[in-house]
Write a protein that binds this ligand. Structure first.
Ligand code: FRU
Length: 526
């Protein structure tokens, strides 16, 4: 009985002691301290979905977002606003755009109109112009088909206050129900603004000299690429690959993602300001996990391509077990485009002979956490050139759960391994690699609360694309309710949410014969 009591006290202490190093030792477990992320943006209260209008201006990164401030489920959309000087620490600002008689404020983008092409600038101040969809709910309810149109608003005080353009909408729907999510860039060769717009099962490209008058240039995507659901939130980006320009069109799609529900595919090709010509019709995914959607890139950041995604999935976004707010953003990610050998077809889900799948020169989008994140973490453990025991602890006394795990393994082909986060309530989240199938996985079947959605308790998988004989590197970012896995320098990326009933208190690396590691670095968020 005495022993039982000691065990009980001990386990209580373990659960409540600095659990996941994020809940204070004797803090009462509340929904807020259990689930509010430490370093992923969430609104103070209310609902959030897509990132919108992301732009860098005078030392500040601006993140606008789909927001319903008066409820924790999707509702009349506003643009919320947050700013950060370092892409890590976000400060929520007052709401930027409110719904009006034309409609709610759906997703869109923002640009700095340096040359005042729009004429909306005053007193020599270049206007910040937001381009967004207005969704007219009464129109939709009345069975009309012209309820999504594009409008603009401008700010002369760096996004603090916004004026809607008097001539809205600036781009009217040609009577297509799904006609939304304008992402605008300045196309240097043609000296025009170019808008990519999601239109149900394809993307339409428009151009404009002034952000007000838009002309349709072309369409891309009908009957090509993935079509398991509606296309949303496109983004057109140019990359330099070995001295040549190649373009990437990001297209979010819901449902039909590789692990169910919402996901973002990408298409690589040429773009001349008029037409986008894809290099291939392969289906490629920017992130294979279930929880990175509607991601787009920042404007006005020079050659950098910095993306933030909405870290959720329309399958369950409205019912995840947070109380005061719903949804977080992913960490900002740096995108680049590479051309390299691929050892398994990007979209194949079956396992087959390695060499029969060799694709010699494939364009692939890679993502990695932005370098700004590096200084946000403190190293808590660092080890080189060793083989782990079969069960190797990744917990340190002060930090039971690392917030970041970076490792490079020179394991032989057949080495499986699992990183397991667990608590004493039999809940565990497993991130691993299956060497036979050559795939990474995130297993949240026993990770915690999952009864809010039928498909949530599942194993998400993603192929390893690189030559299986070369070293494997992983960077894993862990917050209270999210894991972001960047494998093989960001060639395979997976993002997933989880909701333990109590914080995880233990983290181990498990492998059958021990895992040879060239380096292992653990970090905790500062
Ligand atoms: C994507 C999306 C967009 C739309 C917005 C509405 O998640 O459906 O297409 O503009 O959300 O909130």
């Amino acid at each position: 009985m005495q022993i039982f009591r000691i065990l009980l006290v001990l386990s209580f202490f373990m659960i409540h002691s600095n659990a996941q190093s994020q809940v204070k030792p004797d803090a009462k477990l509340t929904n807020e301290n259990l689930y509010r992320p430490r370093f992923h943006f969430t609104p103070q209260q209310g609902w959030m979905n897509d990132p919108n209008g992301m732009i860098f201006l005078n030392g500040q990164y601006h993140l606008f977002f789909q927001h319903y401030p008066d409820g924790t489920v999707w509702g009349p959309m506003h643009w919320g606003h947050a700013t950060s000087s370092d892409l890590v620490d976000w400060k929520e600002q007052s709401i930027a755009l409110y719904p009006d008689s034309i409609g709610m404020i759906f997703s869109g983008s923002a640009v700095l109109d340096k040359n005042n092409t729009s004429g909306l600038g005053r007193f020599g101040v270049a206007p910040l112009v937001a381009i967004f969809t207005q969704h007219n709910m009464p129109g939709e309810k009345a069975g009309r088909i012209d309820f999504q149109n594009q409008s603009i608003a401008y700010s002369l005080d760096e996004g603090k206050t916004w004026m809607k353009y008097a001539g809205n909408p600036v781009l009217k729907t040609p009577n297509l129900k799904d006609f939304r999510d304008p992402k605008v860039i300045w196309h240097v060769p043609t000296q025009k603004w170019v808008m990519s717009l999601a239109v149900a099962d394809h993307v339409e490209l428009y151009s404009s000299p002034n952000l007000i008058n838009w002309r349709k240039e072309s369409e891309i995507g009908k009957n090509l690429f993935a079509h398991g659901g509606v296309w949303e939130c496109p983004d057109l980006l140019s990359f330099n690959v070995n001295g040549k320009t190649a373009w990437v069109l990001l297209v979010s799609m819901n449902p039909g993602g590789p692990n169910g529900g919402s996901a973002t595919q990408y298409i690589v090709g040429d773009f001349d300001g008029h037409e986008f010509k894809p290099y291939s019709t392969d289906i490629k995914w920017m992130d294979y996990g279930p929880d990175n959607y509607a991601g787009v890139s920042f404007s006005n950041v020079g050659d950098r391509k910095i993306l933030i995604g909405w870290m959720s999935n329309w399958n369950y976004a409205n019912v995840v077990p947070t109380e005061k707010w719903r949804s977080a953003m992913t960490v900002p990610r740096e995108l680049s485009l590479v051309k390299q050998e691929v050892y398994s077809k990007v979209n194949s889900s079956t396992n087959s002979n390695i060499n029969s799948n060799l694709l010699p020169n494939e364009f692939l989008l890679v993502s990695s956490p932005v370098k700004e994140l590096n200084t946000a973490f403190t190293k808590t453990m660092s080890k080189e050139n060793f083989v782990t025991e079969k069960i190797f602890s990744l917990s340190t006394e002060k930090n039971p759960i690392p917030n970041r795990i970076d490792l490079t393994s020179n394991a032989k082909l057949e080495n499986d391994f699992e990183i397991i986060l667990s608590n004493t309530f039999n809940e565990k989240l497993i991130i691993g690699y299956d060497a036979v199938k050559r795939q990474y996985f995130i297993d949240r079947t026993k990770a915690g609360i999952a009864n809010f959605n039928e498909g949530f308790a599942a194993v998400a998988i993603a192929r390893r694309l690189t030559n299986p004989y070369i070293d494997m590197n992983l960077s894993i970012i862990l917050d209270k309710t999210s894991i972001e896995l960047f494998a093989d320098d960001g060639l395979t990326v997976m993002t997933a949410l989880f909701f333990p009933t109590h914080p995880y208190t233990k983290c181990i690396l498990q492998s059958k014969d021990g895992l040879p590691l060239k380096s292992l670095d653990l970090f905790s968020f500062k």
